[in-house]
Design a binder for this molecule. Structure first.
Ligand SMILES: [Zn+2]
Length: 407
């Protein structure tokens, strides 16, 4: 009965595999990442002051990590400063970790990646890296979470510099970005994109720039639920065969305190076994997947957003002649004589912030509400370019047409 239930669960939860491994279906690289947080968030105890809470969490992390190891799954353990301070203070090794401290056990015995995570309130990334280093493990150069949006708060460019510790005489330099977020994770969906790319600058998280130094490992959301949606798209043939697709399953360290959570997690991994066997998904560490991206995908960027944003100039329609705002006939060229209301059609799964209207790259109007339009009365004669830019959170979409104006 139980076996039947599990089989049913597989059918219900994950889409059926229609074809054996095929070049049409690109691999989805999946990483498991966990965080603990500093005590001021109110979500975690002060592990330095509360040693028993530390041991409880340590044992939970060991259980979770062992389960992943047993299932052949990779893991990025990301920790903020407070928990690591407690490891430094209390953890001299136990039999459950082969006599090693937790961090050495995760890295040396299980082969997992250990990344710093910092909100940089009182300890910065270099400090957290030092706390890992001090435990006998070389910290990775992966940024375990950072603010990527809005632009005024973005730390994309900040991580290009060598960081000096605030508490410790230690330097650390980022090589990989992971977990671009909004402050407080508010309206974060527009930042979710499967793939790896190099974010251009603070203003342009979702724009690739070959000359930018740091690759970002994206994710299609951070849950089993959104992985399921991505797998469905893979099965529908909607993903491009030669591009890299990534996903992160994010786990709060608090969840690991619950044995049932760990067993449910194991079941999810087992449900995905058929996908794994066909090469449709592959479990990877974050540094590992960046190496794969460089070696197997020629570092070709992919930005596959979770939220779709579509924008189109609807009026003037391409190829039509307009006389004082009235569409006369199809002439093959877009010709506008006299005044016209330029209209944009914009569709998005989340709230649209604004639509900008440009004439020859000069901003003419910003419309914040539907219908998105601009009353074009300005004088213009000859060839010109009309462009719209729609924005929804971090997403941006353009459309442009060439027109001949006599106004
Ligand atoms: Zn955090």
């Amino acid at each position: 009965m139980k076996a039947v239930a599990i089989i049913l669960a597989v059918i219900v939860i994950f889409p059926n595999i229609h074809l054996p491994q095929s070049k049409q279906f690109p691999t989805i690289y999946v990483s498991i990442v966990s965080h603990n947080e500093e005590p001021l968030t109110g979500q975690y105890p002060d592990f330095v002051k509360n040693e028993s809470a530390f041991w409880e969490h340590r044992e939970a992390v060991v259980k979770f990590a062992n389960m992943l190891y047993e299932e052949g799954v990779k893991y990025n353990f990301q920790s903020d400063w407070n928990f690591l301070l407690a490891v430094n203070l209390y953890d001299k090794g136990t039999p459950s970790t082969n006599g090693k401290n937790l961090i050495r056990y995760l890295k040396e015995d299980l082969g997992f990646e250990v990344d710093p995570h910092a909100h940089e309130t009182t300890y910065n990334y270099a400090d957290v890296a030092y706390l890992i280093h001090n435990l006998g493990v070389t910290p990775s150069n992966t940024v375990g979470g950072f603010i990527a949006y809005p632009p005024e708060d973005s730390k994309i460019e900040y991580f290009r510099d060598l960081l000096h510790g605030w508490h410790f005489n230690y330097t650390w330099k980022a090589e990989i970005l992971w977990g671009g977020s909004t402050a407080g994770h508010k309206n974060e969906q527009t930042l979710w994109a499967s793939g790896i790319w190099k974010p251009k600058d603070n203003e342009n998280f979702l724009v690739h720039d070959d000359n930018a130094p740091l690759p970002h490992v994206g994710g299609y959301g951070r849950s089993w639920k959104t992985l399921e949606i991505l797998l469905q798209k893979q099965q529908n043939g909607e993903l491009e065969p030669d591009k890299i697709y990534t996903q992160t399953i994010f786990v709060s360290q608090n969840f690991m305190l619950n044995d049932e959570f760990i067993e449910k997690f194991r079941e999810k991994i087992r449900e995905l076994k058929p996908y794994e066997e066909q090469g449709l998904i592959k479990w990877v560490g974050l540094k590992e997947v960046v190496e794969i991206w460089k070696n197997e995908y020629g570092a070709e960027p992919n930005i596959y957003p979770y939220v779709s944003l579509e924008a189109e100039i609807r009026r003037p329609a391409e190829g039509y002649l307009y006389l004082f705002g009235r569409e006369i006939f199809f002439s093959g060229k877009t010709i506008v004589i006299g005044r016209i209301t330029v209209e944009a059609i914009v569709a998005c799964d989340v709230a649209i912030d604004k639509v900008e209207f440009y004439l020859d790259n000069k901003l003419m109007r910003i419309d914040y509400e539907k219908p998105y339009e601009w009353e074009w009365v300005e004088h213009k004669v000859g060839q010109c370019k009309l462009k719209i830019v729609a924005k929804a959170g971090a997403l941006s979409k353009e459309d442009e047409i060439e027109a001949i104006a006599m106004k």
